[in-house]
Design a protein around this ligand. Structure first.
Ligand code: DHB
Ligand code: MG
Length: 248
């Protein structure tokens, strides 16, 4: 154990030297720094740990956000005093739980999931988290369930988190704009994709979906937006964030 620690420390020391002297960054260093941040600021949480364990046990892909990213989502919802939240892409409900924890008692979060098995896992996780009274999981392709939200009169979610199939990101953004209003936040995960977002001729439909999404944000007069690169135990990716601005 001590030997491993010593080796890891000297490895990390070398890695830090590499970063400082040669500008080289590594997944190992990102993971260690993520661990440092998470240990310090995002203490272990039995409900969230159980959520990930149940998701893993049910065979869900490990595409959930990291703990510090989940907390960032919660903080953004708190900063915006969100009372209504829409999530596109539930998976096992990990980010759902982080976001719902920012809601007031009369708040509401609707999360859309195309896979019925994932939705069932998420529902159980949300019940365990004591958030079932705030969260509604809707099953179906988002492209079919989003228009229904509009007909039900939902037109101003305070925060919309897009984290589903990336080729559909442009359509999800179009719906997010319809279902939001002045001051709403629109956030999207995975907009950097290990850097491949800068390849205009990429044949990956996810890269093209994200590129088109980013372009839409750039030219959309109703939002002010940026994107930040993220590194950590989930690798190298990014969040886009947009605020719906007042119309002139
Ligand atoms: C994938 C999707 C995600 O939302 C994510 O955060 C990571 C990976 C994927 O489909 O590969
Ligand atoms: Mg994601």
């Amino acid at each position: 154990m001590t030997l491993i620690k010593v080796n890891l420390c000297s490895y990390l020391k070398n890695t830090v030297v590499n970063v400082i002297e040669r500008g080289v960054m590594t997944q190992e260093l990102w993971t260690e720094v993520d661990r440092y941040i998470t240990d310090l600021l995002v203490p272990a949480d039995p409900v969230l740990d159980a959520t990930l364990a149940a998701s893993h046990a049910a065979g869900l892909p490990p595409h959930h956000v990291s703990p510090n990213q989940g907390k960032l989502l919660m903080l953004l919802a708190l900063i915006n005093r969100a009372r209504t939240i829409l999530e596109i892409g539930t998976l096992g409900g990990y980010s759902t739980i982080w976001l719902a924890r920012a809601l007031p008692v009369e708040g509401k979060l609707i999360t859309l999931e195309s896979n019925p098995k994932y939705a069932e896992v998420a529902r159980n996780n949300i019940v365990r988290a004591g958030l079932a009274h705030l969260v509604e999981v809707r099953v179906g392709r988002a492209i079919d369930t989003l228009p229904k939200l509009a007909t039900e009169g939902y037109n101003q979610f305070d925060l919309i988190f897009i984290d589903a199939d990336k080729p559909s990101n442009p359509e999800y953004l179009a719906w997010a704009l319809k279902l939001s209003g002045r001051g709403s936040l629109i956030i999207a995960d995975n907009v950097v994709r290990n850097g491949s977002v800068i390849e205009p001729n990429s044949e990956d439909p996810s890269v093209q979906g994200v590129r088109q999404f980013n372009k839409m944000l750039a030219v959309e007069p109703r939002v002010s937006a940026t994107a930040i690169q993220t590194v950590g135990n989930k690798g190298y990716d990014g969040f886009a964030i947009a605020v719906v601005t007042p119309e002139d």
